[in-house]
Ligand binder design. Structure first.
Ligand code: DC
Length: 233
């Protein structure tokens, strides 16, 4: 079973996808982390963010994704970079990488390959239901008021020890909304057939219950799988 969750930055996609995958006992794929790791490579190697050839080479680099039902860990150059990928520095630059057609081609292929090999997956991003898995068993589109999303993102960053001001996080999200929706390559769209969910006033538990209800309504099996283990790609 392939379940896609797309939507705006900070709408709660990652938490929802993680919780749903854990509940179903299947793997969780955070595709934003893939764009983020390419960003980290580009910044580390001093690549000009509009140098398509070098960005494509960076996207082809051998980073590892360790997928489980409750986590994704990313290893780059023998270093665990999972936390580093969530920093504001990476936040601020990833949109340039996400706008590269060559990088997208490589990452999309990698995402489809993971889907093929695992068979069951909850995958989360901006184009999972529209481009990567158009025939997914269930597609969701998540959104929330921008102020609410900024609040959540700020608490996340503070919890990770990063000093941030609410206004900066809000401005960053507004800018990302604008670029995600208006970029010429793979703009954020509501996938055809997606079920919409506004998480502004919902708790994580309520979101999870809504997702499960919808899977049941679609006739999908929500009995927890066991022994999914970990998968390294
Ligand atoms: O979901 P996130 O905040 O980790 O995403 C980071 C960036 O990558 C953001 O600019 C949107 C982009 N992205 C994308 O273009 N396509 C995806 N499937 C996932 C993320």
């Amino acid at each position: 079973m392939i379940v896609t969750i797309d939507g705006t930055a900070g709408s709660g996609k990652s938490t929802a996808a993680r919780k749903l995958a854990a509940r179903l006992g299947i793997a969780y794929l955070d595709t934003g982390a893939m764009y983020r790791v390419v960003t980290l490579i580009a910044l580390e190697d001093g690549i000009n963010l509009s140098d398509e050839t070098r960005l494509v080479a960076a996207a082809g680099e051998d980073f590892h994704l360790d997928l489980g039902p409750t986590h994704i860990r990313v290893t780059l150059r023998e270093r665990d970079v999972t936390e580093e990928l969530r920093s504001m520095r990476i936040n601020d630059h990833t949109r340039f990488i996400a706008a590269s057609p060559g990088v997208r081609r490589i990452l999309i292929e990698r995402q489809r390959d993971i889907g093929r090999r695992l068979g069951s997956l909850v995958t989360e991003g901006r184009d999972q239901g529209s481009v990567v898995f158009p025939d997914a068993d269930a597609k969701f589109y998540m959104d929330a008021a921008v102020e609410k999303r900024a609040e959540r993102r700020m608490h996340e960053l503070l919890a990770e020890g990063e000093e941030v001001a609410y206004d900066d996080v809000l401005a960053n999200l507004r800018e990302r909304d604008r670029t995600d929706a208006s970029r010429p390559v793979a703009p954020l769209v509501v996938p055809r057939g997606a079920i919409m969910i506004d998480t502004s006033t919902l708790s994580i538990q309520q979101v999870l219950e809504f997702l499960l209800e919808q899977l049941v309504r679609l006739g999908l099996d929500v009995t927890p799988h066991s022994g999914i283990g970990e998968h390294v790609f």
